[in-house]
Design a protein around this ligand. Structure first.
Ligand SMILES: [Ca+2]
Length: 325
């Protein structure tokens, strides 16, 4: 069977949680296996260390020239605990942004889209929606005569996003900073509430396919304990974030894996790991809590797990540690 390899744009909030670093490692492992192509990657936080850490991981896995951008840094919006590893990675691993800032994420994405074939790119989002909303609103420029929404409609096949929660019994708040509620049913999921207006704008206005990999899909899948090489930036991310425990939920790993491989494992035998909801419509309330309404012809869906957490964890762990020799 032949099928086209997905070309991906990655948008990450690398810093507040180590699963972003893990997801970047998984993405490179899938690219090394010939299953994906990484066209560009951007950071959605206003933290200059984010793009630097992202670039450092890409360089470590042998791709030092991937176009990388960032939400333009500002002094606000950073919380204690959000730099447990990205400052270290930025300072200790080679990257292009130690002496100069990364370019604007919207320009990096516009450039990648403008040069892509029509319907040739998937956008994978494992952070909040700031960059995507800004991209949708971006005006025509020297890169493309199309505004952002039209450019995305022409070039994007779909958006796959770690976001939301559709299992009310699980709660919906995936931040991992000590002292903050892990299972807070009164708040929306972290990637949504971190920039709720942006999330609402994307959910309400993106006309193409939108697929959520929700909180409950990754929460129980623990990965990271197989990382052993202290020379690896991803090992350092997990060691520093988990303070040596080396286990973390796999929200972002699940999302990049699903974006590349879909419902079935890439391994021989191709076990089904995930299922996709019927088409419908996602809505976000004023607190950022997500709801799903099935609707024929809808272009929004979410995934659920069909395999045991341990089985999915084993698949992801193998990829996470593949380049950690
Ligand atoms: Ca993330």
């Amino acid at each position: 069977m032949t099928h086209s390899i997905p070309t991906l744009l990655l948008d990450t909030d690398i810093g507040p949680d180590c699963d972003d670093a893990g997801a970047v490692a998984v993405l490179h492992a899938l690219a090394d296996l010939g299953l994906a192509h990484i066209a560009a990657a951007v950071c959605c936080t206003p933290d200059a260390a984010g793009a630097a850490a992202l670039d450092a991981i890409c360089a470590y896995y042998g791709r030092p020239n991937i176009p990388i951008g960032t939400n333009l840094p500002t002094a606000s919006h950073l919380k204690p605990g959000w730099q447990k590893y990205n400052l270290y990675l930025a300072a200790h691993f080679p990257n292009r942004f130690q002496a100069q800032p990364a370019p604007d994420a919207v320009r990096v994405f516009r450039q990648a889209l403008a040069t892509a074939p029509d319907a040739g790119v998937d956008l994978v989002s494992i952070g909040w929606f700031t960059n995507i909303a800004n991209l949708m609103r971006s005006p025509p420029d020297d890169i493309s005569p199309l505004g952002g929404a039209a450019l995305m409609e022409q070039k994007l096949r779909r958006i796959v996003s770690m976001a939301g929660c559709f299992d009310a019994s699980r709660g919906a708040y995936n931040v991992g900073c000590p002292g903050e509620g892990i299972f807070d049913t009164e708040r929306g999921e972290f990637n949504i509430i971190s920039d709720l207006p942006a999330a609402q704008y994307v959910v309400q206005n993106w006309v193409g396919e939108l697929l959520f990999c929700p909180f409950e899909a990754g929460a129980g899948i623990l990965t990271g304990q197989g990382l052993t090489n202290a020379q690896s930036p991803v090992y350092q991310a997990y060691a520093r974030y988990t303070e040596g425990d080396m286990r973390r939920s796999s929200w972002d790993l699940v999302t990049v894996y699903f974006a590349v491989c879909g419902e079935r494992s890439h391994l021989p035998g191709r076990a089904q790991l995930f299922a996709t909801s019927p088409p419908g419509q996602i809505s976000l309330d004023a607190q950022g809590r997500s709801r799903f309404l099935p609707k024929p012809g809808g272009r929004q869906r979410y995934i659920t797990n069909t395999a045991a957490d341990a089985e999915i964890a084993a698949v992801l762990e193998g990829l996470l540690c593949r380049g950690d020799a």
